[in-house]
Design a protein around this ligand. Structure first.
Ligand code: SAM
Length: 252
């Protein structure tokens, strides 16, 4: 992986305003300010050639709704590739019909220098965009959104926070849910007692080994209770730690 430059995102949308505040805030805002991420938002209408800047049209075969036209999307993607050439770039169509996004795919996408994200709207996009212009279709879940913008933001946030330096030096995504194939452990902060509920003693003990094994145990309990499906996949695979074979189970 090349750590020397920031990862780039080019988002193609008919609603650039959708991204204004989310990109200014928190981790994403800081990451751009620190040059860890570069995000460019492209108004799809800027790539039309008619007076009305029309990006959609009625569907062939009839039926209601409108469909995003292929010409402006092809032009937008080609212009981005030409104006900002990068070694590795992937063009993604956000779509409920795509591969469902998970942490494994997020980790793989984080290795590209640039992602071009195409946000659909209306009844969807002309099929020729999928077949002739994108590398893959990605879905954020088995439900239908009104547009690809919330999905693009989900992808951008999840991929962006994995980039070196984005979370800062002291914070790591390593122990986040799904990174080791299981959920994270419960977290507590002050006050020590809130409405009769007390922070577990071990977390206040200062004993880092004990805290670490408590966290590991609670992460497994958490996963067993909330997402037992994750453990089923893991339990039957023999584990390896520091090159040694260890008993089946989950290994941090
Ligand atoms: N008629 C399409 C279908 O049923 O497959 C749905 C079109 S949807 C109303 C409009 C746009 O929202 C899509 O083109 C896509 O870009 C985006 N979208 C909707 N659901 C999505 C999901 N689950 N994941 C990613 N993008 C989604």
């Amino acid at each position: 992986m090349d750590f020397s430059r920031s990862m780039q995102f080019d988002i193609i949308t008919v609603f650039p305003e959708f991204f204004t505040d989310p990109l200014r805030l928190g981790v994403l805002g800081r990451a751009q300010a620190n040059n860890r991420l570069q995000v460019r938002i492209h108004q799809l209408r800027d790539y039309t050639e008619d007076r009305h800047r029309k990006v959609d049209d009625v569907p062939y075969g009839g039926g209601g709704g409108m469909v995003i036209k292929p010409e402006p999307v092809f032009r937008a993607v080609e212009a981005i590739q030409e104006n900002f050439p990068l070694e590795t770039s992937r063009t993604i169509l956000l779509s409920p019909q795509g591969r469902r996004l998970d942490q494994t795919r997020i980790g793989e996408l984080a290795r590209y220098h640039r992602l071009i994200l195409i946000c659909g709207r209306y009844e969807g996009v002309d099929e020729r965009i999928r077949t002739g212009c994108v590398d893959e279709e990605i879905s954020v879940g088995d439900y239908v959104l009104s547009g690809g913008e919330p999905a693009a933001l989900v992808l951008l946030d999840a991929v962006g926070r994995l980039q070196p330096g984005v979370l800062g030096n002291k914070v790591s995504a390593e122990k986040d849910s799904f990174r080791a194939g299981i959920l994270d452990c419960p977290r507590y902060t002050r006050p020590e007692i809130f409405r009769g509920m007390r922070v577990p003693e071990v977390l206040r003990s200062g004993n880092h080994d004990k805290i670490e094994s408590w966290r590991r145990e609670k992460a497994l309990e958490n996963t067993q209770r909330k997402r037992p499906d994750l453990l089923k996949e893991k339990q039957f695979r023999p584990g390896r730690k520091n090159g040694r074979k260890v008993s089946p189970g989950v290994h941090f």
